[in-house]
Design a protein around this ligand. Sequence first.
Ligand code: MCA
Ligand code: AMP
Length: 499
Amino acid sequence: MTNTLFDALFAPHVGNSATFLHCDDGATLTYDAFLKRAAQLAHTLTDAGVHPGDRILVQAPKLSDTIALYAASVQAGAVYLPLNTAYTQAELDYFIQDADPRLIVCDSKDEATVKALAQPRGTAVLTLGGSDGSLSRTADGKPTSFTPVDRAPDDLAALLYTSGTTGRSKGAMLSHKNLLSNAVSLTELWEITCNDRLVHALPIFHTHGLFVAMNTSLLAGAEVRLCAAFDIDVILNEVPRSTLLMGVPTFYTRLLADARFTKDCVQNMRLFVSGSAPLLAETHRDFEDRTGHRILERYGMTETNMITSNPLNGARLAGTVGYPLAGTEVKITNPDTGATQPFGEIGMIEVRGDNVFQGYWNMPEKTAEELRATGFFLTGDLGIQSEDGRVSIVGRSKDLIISGGYNIYPKEIEDVLNDMPDVNESAVFGIPNPDFGESVIAAIVPEQGATLSIEAMKDRVQTQLARFKHPREYLLLETLPRNTMGKVQKNVLRDTYGS
Ligand code: MCA
Ligand code: AMP
């Protein structure tokens, strides 16, 4: 019997009495206790009718049981589908329709609304969190061992939704091999071991927090300080007794803004990793001046897991994302012809390797557009590669805003605004923001003679989109700037309204 991911990440820890999770309430869980809990949850999943290949949709708080649910899903042979806890009911409805999960696990506080969406489809709902989560309660009485379901390297382990330029979120199908190969490369490169203690303050519904941070820790047998959210006081308390922090650039600018974050505070730390959004050279420099540590920046995508990383031992250069990971090929191509560019010339970053996903769920045309028959995936990021292989990202060919590490596709917001009566057209764009890197602005052209209510627009956006996608400002314009081809010039909007 083999289960690729379970055998590598979880099975080796049977009987391991080292601490795995250390939670906000002070509770700790050894690796062995964690595995027993995961087994109980796996029984609960199968009792709820989950079969191998079924999707388990999880929109739940960050708890040790939520991590154990991921392990349970892997051993039950299911496909783990985590969702941002900020998503609205309207957004959730889309994911339920598209992914057709067998089971939904939600926050106890959302049970009634989630059941209203799930029950007409006959989808089971269990809850986590609060004093009475039905998943946790049901699992309590189950056996503490579970025989993992056979899963081959190419079987799906996870489905992670990523927004798209078309406005509709796409489910990236990630196999056991995709996740394991990346965890192995990163653990080796960053030399993560059982002596490490990771401060984990990222959400666990994205690649960064769930796979980069959690899978590498599991593989290495490291201790994880599971913080429910990024709370500066908690982080400053934990850093002195930890060795690793993985975060988005906002983590580092917020730490730098706090005078308590000093060289003394980081004496025990071995490595600070940044990713998901560009790290400003200024932040890199200020961080080194303050702490003596050079932040290690890496680059990845939901579809590809991690692609490149600055070296652990070697130059960590600000403004570059480092070298392709072991087993990952990167090439820079001409976006029009697909031909490989000479070193140092800007082009589309393409990537191939065991880390690259299997395609988009139920979207074969989209898959064919972005994943070449040769196995190279078109990232939509523009970059250059130096002769020694080092990659720098210089822009994006996709219309994307990254705010605090969350990807926001303007098209999705424009669709909501354009659907409103009296809106002729809209253009959503990002402007620099000192905390989140970028923030969202909406420019709206009303229908001729119409009077638009910004409050009504805000109300509509609120019901349709998660809070982090909401425009922070609405501009009413008579026309949108366009080029000679009629395309809206968002660069002009950014230049005009950026400050
Ligand atoms: C929270 N808010 C945001 C964001 N986060 N608005 C825009 N962008 C955001 N990222 C909203 C809140 O709803 C709140 O709204 C207000 O902003 C202030 O919230 P605050 O308490 O300051 O925020 P926070 O809770 O401290 O969160 C900030 C954060 C968080 C810690 C930076 O956003 C975060 O954990 N980001 C990491 C995202 C991540 O993991 N990305 C990886 C995905 P109101 O106005 O109502 O108060 S990408 C990935 O996985 C790829 C593969 C990769 O390469 O890693
Ligand atoms: P996601 O689709 O949420 O997985 O986000 C992936 C995108 O985040 C990439 O295509 C990049 O545009 C961006 N990204 C990730 N890491 C970095 C980084 N270190 N520097 C710049 N952009 C990054």
